[in-house]
Structure formats: C-alpha cells, structure tokens
Design a protein around this ligand. Sequence first.
Ligand code: PBG
Length: 324
Amino acid sequence: MFYPSYRPRRMRKNPQFRRMVRETALSVDNLIYPMFVIHGKNVRKEISSMPGNFQLSVDNLVKDARAVHGLGIPAVILFGIPKTKDEMGTGAYDDKGIIQTAVRALKDKVPDLMVITDVCLCEYTSHGHCGIVENGEILNDPTLELLAREAVSHARAGADMVAPSDMMDGRVGAIRDALDEEGLDQIPIMSYAVKYASAFYGPFRDAAESPPKFGDRSSYQMDPANTREAMREAELDVAEGADILMVKPALPYLDIIHRVRDEFDLPVAAYNVSGEYSMIKAAARLGWLDEKKAMMESLTAIKRAGADLILTYWAREAAKLLHE
Ligand code: PBG
C-alpha cells in the first residue's frame, strides 16, 4: 500500500509538538494600544460600537495607562476629542490641547510607557475632513503646514513618536523637516503609509466623533482595489523619512502587509481597526464565535503576514492571554 513518506499530521499529534514547530509567535512586545482622551474629570464613557473601549478624561487615561504598562504593553497611541471644533482644526496644534495635556500627564506619571500620537485634523475640524476644505475640496499643501505644527506640538509636549494618518501627499517629509528644525530630530515617524478608504473605520468615528460632514475620504485615502499604488505610497514615505510603515486596516489587507514586508526593510505596523474588532465582539455577544480564539487567530494572522507591530483594541486582553 502506498503512503506518502511525509505525513504532516505527525507533528500535529500533541500540544508539545505543535508548540515546537509553530512558525509565528505573537509577543506582548508587538502590541500598541489605542486610547481616546476627552476633556473633563472622572469621565469614562464606553463607546457603544466598541465595547470595552472608552473615552477617558486625563485622570482616567493615566489610571488605565498604568494598567496597560503593567501588562508589559510597550506603547499606546492617543486620539483626542477636543472641546470645540472649527474649520481649521485649531485644537490639533494648540499647545494646551487635549492631546498635549494628555501626553504631558502620561510622560509625567508613566514615563516608561511609549506615547505615540495620531497626527490628523479630522477629530478637530468642524467638517470632519483630514485637511483644510475650500469649496468642497480637501486642499493638500496648505494642510501640510498644520500637520507639521500639530506634530511639533505633540513632540514638544513629550510624545515619543508621531503617527500621521491624514494621507495628504508629502506630509511625512513636511513633518520630518518641521521636527528637525525644532531640534526634535530624535522623534521617529510611524507613517500610516498605506491607508485605505475603508468601511471598517465606522466604529472609530463614533469613538473620535470624527465622521466627515459631507462626502467621504476617497479623495485622499486609498482605493481598496489597489496594490501597486500601495507600494508607491510606501516608497514615497521611505524617501520622506518615515521610520515605521503602517498598513491599515489589517485583516482585509494581509496581502498588502505581506508585500510591504517583502519590499521594504523598515519595521511594518498594521492597524487592526475598530470595525475588525467590533464585528468579532458583536458575533461573540450573539454566541456565534469564541472571542478569545478569534482574537488570537486574527492577531497571529496579522503577524504571520509580516507585521512587526500591531495596533489593536485587544492589546490588553491579548497581553493577559500571552502571560498565561
Ligand atoms: C484619523 C484616523 C482614523 C482611524 C485612525 N486615525 C479614522 C479615519 O481615517 O476615518 C481609524 C482607526 C480605527 O478604525 O480603528 N484619520
């Protein structure tokens, strides 16, 4: 009787063998936890479309960040909800703004936790777009100056790294120049290099109160159908001085993560976005799947595809499981 000489099941026989030949290991070191900060005192408002995530006032942000640090998670990324929004998104580059205040508090109270700030205007503009709007158009070059001011303001407040997510052309270079001019040449840039115009950001826009008031973001974020263009976007950001390249979202774009990993030698980050989190949460609540298993499978798949770093709302739960 013919049997193949190699039988894959031999090495799947028991947990010990499976552990020995496992190719991908997720580590707490890979995780970045996104947090939302809002004005006020003792605010802890759950985001209804993202159970387990909260808009936090600075006091509670510090409290939760301590716990995040205690779990061994190396970094958080901050998103701010300003008191007021206006045409030019002035709250974004106000040295006394919500992010700047939060960064100062975190660096004072939990200094070893790396604080990354999301650099964008959409949370701060009355129209909800990521750039300056004129006659219904999102202007590119005038926006760069504001993004650069925002990044400098975050770094001056003590941010360890800035992460531009606006998708304006040339913003990594503009931010790099502005940081360098201010003597902030040691502040790295994690670029949302390949960011698609995705429906999976839906729950985030509840969390950050940032949905666009007209139109959508397809004139600046990428078309989900495109791969070659993703390589061009990454190439530009490398040339402009990015330190880490991010792909976003993660799960529907594992092929893109893989290609960016193959073609570039910078660290690659992937953003496991709000919709990816919420759809599994919702299915788990209905009893349709096991949340912990689906979470670990998702994060492992993102790592397997080539991500070194994963931004995920599951960071705390995953860290707990990894410590067990
Ligand atoms: C800001 C920004 C967004 C996300 C991160 N930064 C929203 C958007 O572009 O509309 C989405 C994150 C998520 O969905 O978890 N531009």
